[in-house]
Design a protein around this ligand. Sequence first.
Ligand code: FCB
Length: 469
Amino acid sequence: MANDASAVSDAISRNLGALTDPFTPPADSTLWRKNFLLGAATASYQIEGAVDEDGRLPSIWDTFSATPGKVLAGDTGAVACDHYHRWEADVEMLASLGLEGYRLSIAWPRVMDAAGLPNRKGLDFYKRLLNRLKEKGITTSVTVYHWDLPQHLEDRGGWLNRDTAYRFADYADLMSRELAGTVDAWATLNEPWCSAYLGYGNGHHAPGLADGRFATQAMHHLLLAHGLAMPVLRANDPTSQKGIVANIGRGTANSDSAADQRAAHLFEVQHNAWILDPLLKGAYPQDLFELWPGTEPLVLDGDMQTISAPLDFLGINYYFRTNVASDGAHGFRDVQLEGVERTQMGWEVYPDGLRDLLTGFKRTYHNLPPIYITENGMASDDKVIDGHVDDTQRISFLKRHLAAVDQAIKAGVDIRGYFLWSLMDNFEWAFGYERRFGVVHIDYSTQKRTVKRSAELVAKFLKERKARV
Ligand code: FCB
């Protein structure tokens, strides 16, 4: 990593030193409003384990992680946090922290067989889990698809095959018929950008294909899947909220030169407009095809209308910014900034990016729906010492990103809640178990959960807020 460790720790202590309280928002923060939902997020493949149990079929992530060289240290999601067996204790933990919302995802290969028929045992798991969350008074946000595509669908072309979008609508139909009444908000997809680009464009994620043309076609089919599922969810579960979750990235220019400014613009087109334009404007950004000539997806009549049906909410996942310069041709290249604070992932800590993107979207999209921050958080190499985990950098990270959310709300963006990523350390995709994003530490050899200091402070704030009249 192009980062000097002591410069980073200095930056962290400067940031922490400047704060009188390491987490609690200032008195004038909108986050004190009781209707601002504060919760935590996870995803099925990253926490559940039990990949062969109760009729679950293989997913593309089982196949990918079993392929040598694809995941750091050869880690797989076979056991993960063993949440499939420990879910009751995990819900207890969530409730005892006072977290008000929980965002989880359903494993498609656990609940449907290859013929499209329900797998009762898998479905019962989610029914028990969601019922318990509702009993505890926790707001439930369910993502229908967080990357664990059944392998049998990938064998028929996965997201390159238009038919997968229709199979997804069938799956969303089954889920919303079975789970209606226990779900407060449905998100069709998590981060289609990552599924399309990392899965089919550069091969860093399952299924590991790498072709620019594949990425745009996969994106189109993912968005079509979302659009086909929306009316189905509405029909089956009319009172819940329906939307989608998109990852967004801040791109800033390395210099004032027109070429670098253009590069930063293209970075944001590729990361943000590529998904938000079709959803909110019903068209792909043409600049995208300037960046990647010849990659226009095959779009059939009516598709863009299906994709751009109104959303009840937009879920936003934000992690970092990328500083870019022109690559001398039509594109951009990353230019790593020195001396800035970074996380265990090497990602720059840049809360202003979240505020600037949100206020920018409000200017760009007149029909921007209410927003939930559905993921935000950071990885650190956390250790349990004398029974405690002092995740100082995360405390500061969360505080500063929540302050950015507060600023965006004050600037007029309708933001209804924030789910930190993640409730617990988990299988971080191609990085396996080494990168720890949780506010709860997992000892993978014993499955012991240890609440980190960050979770204690979030809990303290939520308790104080609840006690206010
Ligand atoms: C997001 C994913 C989530 C997690 C975080 C760190 O892109 O949605 O599952 O891995 O990154």
